[in-house]
Design a protein around this ligand. Structure first.
Ligand code: BG6
Length: 491
């Protein structure tokens, strides 16, 4: 039986920004609609916006209502009534915003108080200090840090120090929304609630692993952020490495806040460093040029519409990255983990492919090795490709066929968005699916040498036309060892 939701105050910095409007408020509405928020829970958006509560509710009504199922206006109105807005002068002289927030929160010190920093990382330290100065950080407070957490190890450490000076580590929730996705959750269940996989989940039976996060979207209007991030910082350092950790980690002894994170850190620390000349051999970076994507002609990265013109950094930044990684431990020695992610790919699909080795001795011609495909999006599901005999008399003919689990067909309940689960975890104080400081820093420690080598090249990444499956170098990365990327696109 689910517990009665407790009242909480959720204070969102960057509360009128893109993430809030596209992800956080729709997710919170779903939580509310499902009865998971206490009637007294309040959502307080902080921004420079100069809005009052009514303006802000109007904005959410106009921008969010169309993207969520509003089957009953009463429920929607109840959600709007939870919303408040406080204008804050960030780093400025005007302290009225902080005073207003203080007044709103006064008398509610016992509640869970969650400060969600959906703002640029350089604001994390200043906001935390400001909250502390205003006396708003209670023992029941938590702080959520959105990615990117820094742009390299030193900057991540600095942010962690600044936030850590105000909040205890147990109060800090570093979010990676990939960890809230249903299939990612299911990967853990598949591995640790079933007996059949674990004995073969190692280098004796697995040839290699592929992790792909391909997006059809480009970066229109994001130049300011993306030029200085690139695919490696934006996607690999966090989302793809987290997926790698869940595939490669040892079985934790418990499903609790530290056991899973302990095991993930061990994986990150076991990643073989890619440095110096090896970077060229084991990594690929690409940037999309004009092409056809989703049936329409789209511009290249440098010509994406934006309020600012491309700079030197725009020419150098990668919108595609592929890496051949290795986890140096007994379980995985010699098994490549191929990671790739890109914008303007032919299809949006995120998946983990575990490619098994061939049978030790084949008595049938034409058999192919087993493959397990965990599809994160779209149409979440799990497919195990096995060999079966085609019906018929005469010569035995084999065919690879999928044993398939489609979440949509198997379960009638709605598949929640990642942010719904993660927001509820923060509100109820469960940090299991959030990254610990040592995890984030271990990930940067592995990424940094690749970044600095790329930066030292001073050359543009390999071009690939929008709508193609990435630069030629990415194919060479796998074909060099007689492998190929899994390219089975959703129907
Ligand atoms: C974000 C990145 O973290 O993840 C974006 O900043 C990316 O660039 C997004 O588009 C992808 O998330 P999802 O859930 O749509 O796969």
């Amino acid at each position: 039986m689910s517990e009665t939701p407790q009242p909480a105050d959720l204070i969102v910095f960057g509360g009128t920004g893109d993430l809030s409007m596209r992800k956080l408020f729709p997710a919170l509405y779903h939580c509310d609609r499902d009865g998971r928020l206490s009637p007294e829970t309040r959502i307080i958006a902080m921004s420079r916006g100069g809005l009052d509560d009514a303006d802000f509710r109007g904005k959410v009504d106009a921008e969010v209502r169309g993207s969520v199922p509003v089957d009953d206006l009463g429920t929607w109105q109840r959600f709007l009534d939870r919303l408040h807005h406080v204008s804050v002068d960030i780093g400025g002289e005007d302290v009225t915003g902080w005073a207003k927030l203080t007044a709103l929160l006064a008398g509610h010190e016992q509640r869970s108080r969650v400060f969600y920093l959906a703002s640029p990382p350089m604001t994390f330290g200043p906001f935390c200090r400001e909250l502390h100065r205003a006396g708003l950080v209670t023992p029941a407070s938590r702080v959520v840090l959105e990615k990117p957490l820094g742009r390299d190890l030193p900057s991540a450490q600095r942010i962690n120090d600044e936030v850590g000076a105000i909040f205890d580590e147990r109060q800090i929730y570093r979010i990676d929304h990939y960890l809230g996705k249903e299939t990612v959750q299911n990967l853990l269940v598949l591995r640790f609630a079933n007996a059949f996989l674990e004995p073969i989940w190692n280098s004796l039976w697995i040839d290699h692993v592929q992790i792909t996060v391909a997006e059809t979207v480009g970066t229109p209007g994001r130049r300011g952020y993306y030029d200085h991030a690139g695919a490696l910082r934006d996607m690999v350092q966090n989302h793809l490495l987290q997926l790698l950790c869940l595939v490669a980690m040892e079985p934790p002894s418990r499903n609790d806040r530290e056991s899973i994170r302990d095991e993930k850190v061990k994986v990150l620390e076991s990643l073989r460093a890619i440095t110096g000349g090896e970077v060229d051999r084991f990594t690929v970076r690409g940037q999309y040029t004009a092409g056809e994507s989703g049936g329409v002609q789209v511009p290249g990265y440098l010509d994406e519409p934006d309020s600012t013109a491309p700079t030197e950094a725009s020419h150098r930044v990668e919108t595609f990255a592929a890496i051949r990684a290795e986890v140096k431990n007994w379980r995985w020695a010699g098994v490549p983990f191929y990671l790739r992610t890109g914008k303007r790919m032919p299809y949006r699909h995120s998946e983990i492919v575990v490619q098994f080795k061939d049978v030790p001795h084949s008595i049938y011609p034409g058999s192919t090795p087993n493959r397990l495909v965990l599809r994160l999006q779209p149409s979440e599901g799990i497919k195990l490709h096995i060999m079966a005999k085609e019906p018929g008399a005469g010569e035995v003919a084999l065919k690879p066929v999928p044993l398939s689990l489609s979440f949509a067909e198997t379960f009638t309940s709605r598949v929640p968005e990642a942010y719904e689960r993660l927001l509820m975890d923060v509100l109820t104080g469960n940090p299991t699916l959030f990254m610990r400081r040592d995890e984030v820093e271990a990930a940067w420690r592995w990424i940094d040498p690749i970044l600095s080598e790329w930066e030292s090249y001073g050359t543009a990444p390999e071009p690939y036309p929008a709508g193609s499956s990435g630069p030629a170098g990415a194919h060479e990365l796998v074909s060099r060892s007689d492998r190929a990327w899994h390219e089975e696109y959703p129907a």
